[in-house]
Ligand binder design. Sequence first.
Ligand code: FAD
Length: 504
Amino acid sequence: MIPQNRLQVYNQDASPGECVVYWMISARRSTWSHGLQHAIELAQERNLPLVVVEALAIAHQWANDRSHTFVIQGMMDNKKAFEETPITYIPYVETKPYEAKGLLEKWLEHADVMVIDEFPVYMPRRILEIAVSLNKAEIHSVDSNGFISLRQDKAFTTAYSLRRHLHKTIIQHMSEFPLPNPLELAAGLPVFDYSKIEDIFEESNTPMTPYEFIWRICEADDIGLQALSVLEIDHSVAPVQQTKGGSIAGNSTWSEFFKERLMDYSENRNQPELNGSSGLSPYLHFGHISPHQILAEIFKAHNWNLSQIIPPDNGRRSGWWGLPEYVEAFLDQIIVWRDLGFIHCSKVQNHHEFASIPEWAQKTLKEHENDPRPYIYSFEEFENAETHDELWNAAQRQLRSDGMIHNYLRMLWGKKILEWTPSPEVAMKYMVALNDKWALDGRDPNTYTGIGWVLGKFDRGWTERPVYGKIRCMTSDSTKRKYRTKKYIETYSRSNIQRTTFKM
Ligand SMILES: Cc1cc2nc3c(=O)[nH]c(=O)nc-3n(C[C@H](O)[C@H](O)[C@H](O)COP(=O)(O)OP(=O)(O)OC[C@H]3O[C@@H](n4cnc5c(N)ncnc54)[C@H](O)[C@@H]3O)c2cc1C
């Protein structure tokens, strides 16, 4: 059974149905998933078939070739994973906006209960709200997101306050791991009649997605691009050929980092010219890999258990877990900073807006709103990496070509947008749009809290300066002094990137 604090039940008095449906919209995987585990347990308990629908809608602002390819590559892995089980797995890709308008409702009419991933931002949040408001079936929303569940009494205002909470409640979180392989529980489940699935799609006027389409997208270069061209999405944001989506790629990214690079994480993470961080954020964002899997493997490899914790439980960042420094540094990111963002966004509805920034930060930024800016750039100039600053331009080109920005430079990237726009509200809008459009890990809770951090969220006041007020300031010159950036700038120079971009 999954922990009760990961589950929220709605519409309990809805009429009974003929199957359990798992609407997979954020934990897009077949392992280490509270959502999938709960759906299988429910199907066993009610002796009903289980249908997993992994849907990809396009009626949202940032549907593009890049994110679609990544998700569809994951569908291929999921298809294989469910093949030998009694569970029916249906990948569905919408081809034009609102084509699948009635699909969710039809499945709700047939479902005895629908399990839906709980995800605190963007489309997945909206889908859960819609499903609940239709009131056609019992709904179980399940939180498979982080080590610390979303169900907390309050949103934490600093990483330190979440660390303190974590130190005092660690026993509870350690008891909340999902099963590594929930598919083992599926043995003996009745199988859903395939002709009924076809009927449900037909009743809702939605064409089923042919397997061949998914297969084509997973083929690199021209075959994939040709297949994508039939979708009414933004084709100007190209797939990132070197970063394949899906659980298989997510797992190999994780194992490579775990075996080869975790031990250098503390030293290399901030070095733009070294591949020092894990590169896991797109896989974590789309749920192709679970943070619980990553943590379980770290704990196992280090023979770690609760007895190794070094008191006092006072919220300090290092020296508490009783693990090597590089492991503790990584845990602080994947647990504390990641969950801080998820919990914040689940509690604060307007998490993507300037109004969600703490009052002191809004006040100081407003006081400096009329300060002369050294430069002002338009959205297009930012998007096309046309500023005077070669390091900033390189970071923006990395975002456009690779779908990510180096860890440390992402902070600098944001700070300079704050400095070079007419107001902090405009800066926030530009950052959200650039990140949501181009980043593989965009549209995530950590998108909005990362950008919020640039404007003072979760931070403290610093020495007052023009434009920034008391918000922490960063400069390209000091970054260049602290870290090696020459090769990075060369790699992401205009001529090099044009070659990469036009190849795709
Ligand atoms: C302006 C700005 C925008 C950002 N936008 C996003 C975004 O769209 N999506 C996103 O996932 N993260 C975002 N971040 C947070 C952070 O930059 C990325 O999570 C990190 O760079 C991802 O690289 P990695 O997987 O190699 O990280 P690693 O250093 O290997 O860390 C492992 C995991 O820990 C989590 N993590 C690491 N750093 C942070 C952080 N500062 N805040 C929250 N979680 C963290 C991520 O899930 C990451 O995958 C943003 C930060 C800033 C300053």
